[in-house]
Design a protein around this ligand. Structure first.
Ligand SMILES: NC(=O)c1ccc[n+]([C@@H]2O[C@H](COP(=O)([O-])OP(=O)(O)OC[C@H]3O[C@@H](n4cnc5c(N)ncnc54)[C@H](O)[C@@H]3O)[C@@H](O)[C@H]2O)c1
Length: 299
């Protein structure tokens, strides 16, 4: 048990944040959550603060006494960032800057959840030394977070670890391709509209594996370093469709929109050797992960 360890999670009410809070509580941490939206978790070792990471004073006050901060709060939609790039910039670039500034003042370790979209159209499999060349506003604002982590580390010695997450999926995620496909089939089991060509190829990592990574990074991640977090395997949308249709025992007529949304990186696969060197490897296969996601959606 780890009762004296106090950590903060920004974005604690979101998909990954909710799983992370539960896991840290299980591990015996005292957790302070910070989010614009209320948390569904109530527990003696969990203290929730409703706040905006753009409110520097409240953020600093809330971080006080925490040894570390998992910085997850963000505007997380690529299409929304395209529609309102200024809001996306404020939440992701300025918000991350604020978290780093507060961490500098209070001496906290920062685990920052960045994204694979910072690489843009990179060589595949992508390793961490590739140039950051985002093709979306979301990718750009998150990449600004990576760069500020490096700057705060090299200039002021702030203890930062960057995790570049690929596509995280699982129970609790009400966005993304799997949720979209299951919901469409629930509404109409005889037709299925697939966004894009079906040939988009991405790297999917199950939520439990992702939370494991967050804990390993907290304990062992090297300061000033960035790590890819994916399964290391790329899966096409058509392969996901097949897994889902096998689970549901359906054979609908499939229609493709042919076009993805602006800023979508249609081909992604992580080189995860750097994180594997910390002693971690993914455990949940895509088939098993989708099945578990379906159990949640069904309920
Ligand atoms: N889910 C994925 O596939 C994925 C992939 C790559 C990176 N990430 C990163 O992981 C993190 C968590 O992702 P998620 O899927 O849980 O996202 P989410 O959208 O489910 O949760 C984000 C949370 O941040 C909060 N938030 C947003 N702006 C805020 C602000 N200004 N102040 C305080 N709270 C604010 C929201 O209320 C929400 O609860 C994000 O930083 C995201 O960029 C996620």
């Amino acid at each position: 048990m780890n009762l004296q360890k106090k950590t903060m999670i920004t974005g604690c009410s979101g998909f990954i944040g909710t799983h992370l809070v539960r896991r840290l509580l299980d591990e015996g941490f005292q957790v302070r959550g910070y989010d614009l939206n209320k948390s569904s978790i109530a527990c003696p070792n969990f203290e929730f603060v409703q706040g905006n990471i753009l409110d520097m004073e409240k953020l600093r006050e809330s971080m006080d006494g925490c040894e570390s901060v998992f910085h997850l709060a963000a505007q997380t939609s690529v299409p929304k960032a395209t529609k309102n790039p200024f809001h996306d910039f404020k939440a992701n670039a300025e918000g991350t800057f604020n978290v780093l500034l507060a961490a500098k003042e209070l001496g906290a370790r920062v685990i920052y959840t960045s994204t694979s979209t910072v690489y843009g159209l990179a060589d595949i499999p992508t390793n961490e030394s590739q140039t950051l060349k985002p093709i979306s506003f979301y990718g750009a604002s998150k990449a600004a977070g990576d760069l500020y982590c490096f700057a705060f580390y090299h200039t002021f010695g702030v203890d930062t670890v960057i995790l570049r997450l690929y596509n995280v999926y699982g129970p609790g995620n009400r966005k993304g391709v799997m949720y979209d496909l299951f919901k469409k089939l629930e509404r109409d089991p005889s037709h299925l509209e697939v966004i894009g060509t079906g040939l988009q190829r991405k790297d999917y990592i199950y939520i439990e594996d992702t939370v494991d990574v967050l804990l390993v990074a907290h304990e062992k991640g090297a300061s000033g370093e960035a790590y890819n977090v994916g399964s290391g395997i790329s899966t096409t949308v058509n392969e996901i469709v097949k897994i889902i249709l096998d689970i549901l025992q359906l054979s609908p007529e499939i229609m493709y929109t042919g076009q993805s949304w602006k800023g979508d990186v249609v081909s992604a696969q992580a080189d995860i050797s750097k994180f594997k060197n910390l002693g971690w490897s993914p455990k949940v296969s895509i088939e098993d992960g989708i099945r578990r996601t379906y159990e949640w959606i069904k309920d």
